[in-house]
Write a protein that binds this ligand. Structure first.
Ligand code: ZN
Length: 301
């Protein structure tokens, strides 16, 4: 009996977070960059949406995704012990439906700079706006997400565990946790803005505490600074692994000059209320229906 309970705890622990199985020796070099400055220029532009007073949004939803997997590639690692999909996995067909809905309804996807301006009360955005974010930097972002977004004229933010990025190409295996290669980043640089999700601190201690709240400020600062270096000095945004952060993390981000940070608190973003270092996000779940999705983005018929 005791054994079963322990096993269930172990399994739910495994299933509730993507494994960062990367051995230290295989980490992306700390002193090299992804060379993405050129292809990320578009993320600096702030559009004038020309919205009238009555059409401008008072709030916006930031959606959070992890992995988008085609139905025929689903295997044991994508499932919980009860057979349901783990919360990080969304079927490609569901994702496609959500994106096509946004397209049909005339939604705009904001860049993070535009979101920053909106939160500061300096940019009027259309009511039908949304921000798409993808955590961890899974290879499926290039294979499944980018083509779907590109076909519909949308963009998104990708929070990358920069140490997990590979320099060399490798064979895709949907049954594994695989992260971007440098080539993947180049190939989807027109769709994703690449932001920090730590260098190698997407981890928990053996007491199950997230590194960001358990380790010393020096180590945390060094790790995040390394990720910024890999990202060619991009300091636009940060997302805390597992959504675990505290005041100490916020002051490290400020020290490093990072503009904004994202949590996993499910709420809307409201200028005047939302703290720029604690921006809420609503996670899209594998069992969400299209109606659930509409509710998450605050869609009104
Ligand atoms: Zn993550």
């Amino acid at each position: 009996m005791k054994k079963t309970i322990l096993m269930m705890i172990g399994l739910s622990f495994l299933c509730s977070q993507p494994a960062m199985a990367m051995p230290d020796s295989e980490l992306f070099p700390r002193n090299e960059t992804f060379d993405i400055n050129e292809c990320q220029r578009w993320t600096d532009e702030i559009r004038d949406f020309g919205v009238s007073k009555k059409d401008k949004a008072e709030k916006v939803t930031v959606l959070m995704y992890h992995r988008i997997v085609p139905e025929d590639s689903i295997s044991r690692i994508h499932k919980q012990y009860n057979g349901n999909l783990i919360s990080e996995v969304i079927l490609q067909s569901d994702f496609q439906e959500q994106i096509e809905f946004l397209k049909e309804e005339g939604y705009t996807t904001l860049t993070l700079k535009e979101l920053e301006m909106f939160i500061a009360g300096k940019l009027a955005i259309p009511k039908k706006s949304v921000v798409l974010t993808f955590d961890d930097g899974f290879i499926e972002n290039t294979l499944e997400v980018a083509p779907t977004l590109r076909a519909n004229g949308f963009n998104a933010a990708s929070f990358v565990i920069t140490g997990a990025v590979r320099k060399e190409d490798y064979e895709y295996d949907p049954g594994k946790y695989q992260y971007y290669t440098l080539e993947d980043m180049q190939n989807s640089c027109d769709i994703f803005e690449f932001e920090s999700h730590t260098y190698h601190f997407h981890k928990r201690t053996n007491r199950d505490k997230a590194y960001l709240v358990a380790l010393t400020s020096d180590l945390i600062k060094k790790d995040i600074a390394t990720s910024i270096y890999n990202l060619d000095g991009n300091k636009q945004a940060f997302a805390a692994p597992y959504g675990a952060y505290n005041n100490r993390v916020v002051s490290i981000l400020k020290d490093l000059g990072i503009h904004m940070a994202f949590t996993v608190n499910p709420d809307d973003v409201v200028p005047g209320t939302t703290n720029i270092y604690e921006i809420p996000r609503r996670e899209v779940k594998p069992d969400d229906s299209l109606d659930d999705f509409k509710e998450k983005i605050g869609f009104e018929e």
